[in-house]
Ligand binder design. Structure first.
Ligand SMILES: Nc1ncnc2c1ncn2[C@@H]1O[C@H](COP(=O)(O)OP(=O)(O)OP(=O)(O)O)[C@@H](O)[C@H]1O
Ligand SMILES: [Mg+2]
Length: 487
């Protein structure tokens, strides 16, 4: 049971719902009982007042207490669940309704004294409780009480200003203030209340199961996909539902899986590319050296230069891989020093100029006057520019042009390298800074390992800067390097 997230969720929702419904039912019961008690007491008070007014009018009619008249009305009150003892102005008992009832016979007496116990519920301070079964003998005894020890609510009876007696009023049979109807009403409300609470609990169970399933489904999907990924299936993706945290988690997972899949693809392609890059110079070296050994090739300076070039090519390849390694570690060991932007850019450009000249690609420069002073690792920034310039040259056909510009903007230095080359397709654009990525599946004929821009990005970010790209296919590309102006 406890193993699944959805069962845990469902159980917690259910617990919360049951506690809330239970509490609400208890509070409602408490408030209702209190209100009802107040209502019943008010009803009693009004009834008592009615009795006193009637007694007063009886006395007023005869100028004294007339037992015959009193007996008639007292019997009537007994029927409505009240016992009364009437005392005269001196405190002597004039009439007790039990006496009057004795005269009516035992059948009627028993019926009346049982009133108030028939519904089986009685009120006590704690709320509504089932009444304990009453002994049969309890319902009928009529004991004579002396005027002073009679219990009940004592209300004086006045005629005008004159006190003519006192009425002692109490409920019939027991010390209860609730009538049969009151008790039955309370019992019905209680039954409904607990019935509704039970229904609400059942409904809460149903809803909590549904919500728990709905909430845990995307997490289950994610868990399944993550396990698939762990087992080596990099094509695993989940459908993000909604924009909440789970939706964001699903998006992040998909992003991670895509990135892993891409990296894996690049890694495999790099192995192939590296083998190819290594095989060509190695094969050239082998043919040259075998030719020299066999005496087919003469040991001339030209043949030695050829061998030397192949060795340099191999060296460059290994050097590129080392560079990438260094760039990735460069965040930790930057050698910042004051540098003049103009001098830095011009020096880098002068290194590339011959290659531009050879390919017949124009190179124009526009630098700010006066120059800007930067605090950077000169070699690293020069390498960033170098990588951008060699890309621009590599991907710009003969006769095209490249423009380098620098300016100060919003507390930053902005260096742009814009070319009129082949451009980058929209499909490739998001990936060009990734390790070993080569545009057009590396089929555009241009040589390289796909690490120049990764190095440029690493080095720029190590300086707290940013590198951005804009490109239009067959129209050209613009790289922008932003460096914070920190001295
Ligand atoms: N100026 C540019 N014009 C068109 N495409 C470009 C340009 N610069 C980069 N690219 C695209 O971005 C890819 C990645 O560039 P990056 O410099 O990282 O690798 P590379 O030049 O292919 O190889 P390397 O720099 O390792 O010799 C390139 O293969 C190319 O498709
Ligand atoms: Mg490059």
């Amino acid at each position: 049971m406890g193993r699944h997230l959805w069962t845990k969720l469902a159980l917690s929702y259910l617990a919360i719902a049951v506690i809330a419904v239970g509490l609400a039912a208890l509070l409602f019961n408490f408030a209702l009982s209190k209100q009802f008690m107040g209502y019943v007491e008010e009803k009693q008070r009004l009834k008592d007042e009615e009795i006193i007014t009637l007694l007063s009018s009886i006395y007023e009619k005869d100028g004294q207490w007339n037992p015959q008249r009193l007996r008639d009305v007292m019997n009537l009150w007994m029927m409505s669940g009240k016992e009364i003892t009437l005392l005269d102005s001196e405190g002597r008992q004039v009439m007790d309704c039990r006496d009057s009832m004795e005269e009516m016979g035992s059948g009627a007496r028993q019926r009346m004294s049982r009133m108030g116990m028939m519904c089986g519920w009685e009120w006590s301070r704690g709320g509504w409780n089932e009444a304990p079964p009453k002994e049969k003998t309890q319902s009928s005894p009529v004991t004579k009480a002396t005027p002073s020890n009679i219990e009940g609510r004592r209300i004086p009876v006045y005629v005008g200003e004159r006190k003519v007696g006192t009425a002692v009023i109490r409920p019939v049979g027991d010390e209860e203030i609730f009538s049969l109807q009151d008790k039955s009403f309370q019992a019905t409300v209680n039954r409904w209340l607990w019935g509704v609470a039970l229904g609400a609990g059942g409904f809460a169970l149903f809803i909590s199961l549904g919500i728990a399933r709905h909430l845990s489904r995307p997490i289950q999907d994610l868990t399944g996909a993550a396990q698939g990924l762990r087992n080596g299936d990099l094509t695993q993706r989940v459908k993000p539902k909604g924009k909440d945290e789970i939706g964001q988690l699903a998006n992040a997972f998909n992003h991670l899986a895509e990135s892993l899949e891409r990296q894996e693809k690049y890694r495999k392609r790099l192995t192939g590319d590296l083998a190819h890059e290594l095989r060509t110079p190695l094969a050239n070296l082998q043919t040259h050296i075998e030719g020299l050994i066999d005496g087919v090739l003469p040991l001339t300076p030209e043949n030695l230069i050829s061998i030397h070039e192949e060795i340099l090519r191999l060296g460059r390849l290994v050097g590129s891989l080392e560079e990438l390694n260094r760039a990735e570690a460069s965040r930790l060991n930057l050698k910042r020093e004051k540098a003049d932007l103009k001098i830095l850019v011009e020096r880098t450009i002068s290194q590339c100029q011959p290659r531009y000249f050879d390919k017949d690609v124009g190179l124009r420069v526009s630098l700010p006057e006066p120059s800007i002073e930067l605090s950077v690792d000169r070699d690293k920034i020069s390498q960033v520019l170098n990588n951008l310039l060699s890309n621009a040259l590599k991907f710009t056909p003969k006769g095209g042009s490249v423009q380098v510009a620098a300016r100060r903007k919003d507390g930053e230095v902005e260096i742009t390298v814009r070319d009129t080359g082949i451009g980058i397709s929209e499909k490739d654009l998001p990936f060009i800074f990734e390790r070993f990525f080569r545009g057009g599946n590396g089929e555009n004929g241009a040589k390289g390992l796909g690490i120049g821009l990764t190095i440029a990005k690493e080095l720029t970010e190590a300086h707290g800067g940013k590198i951005e790209v804009k490109s239009a296919l067959n129209r050209g590309t613009e790289f922008t390097v932003r460096l914070p102006l920190r001295l």
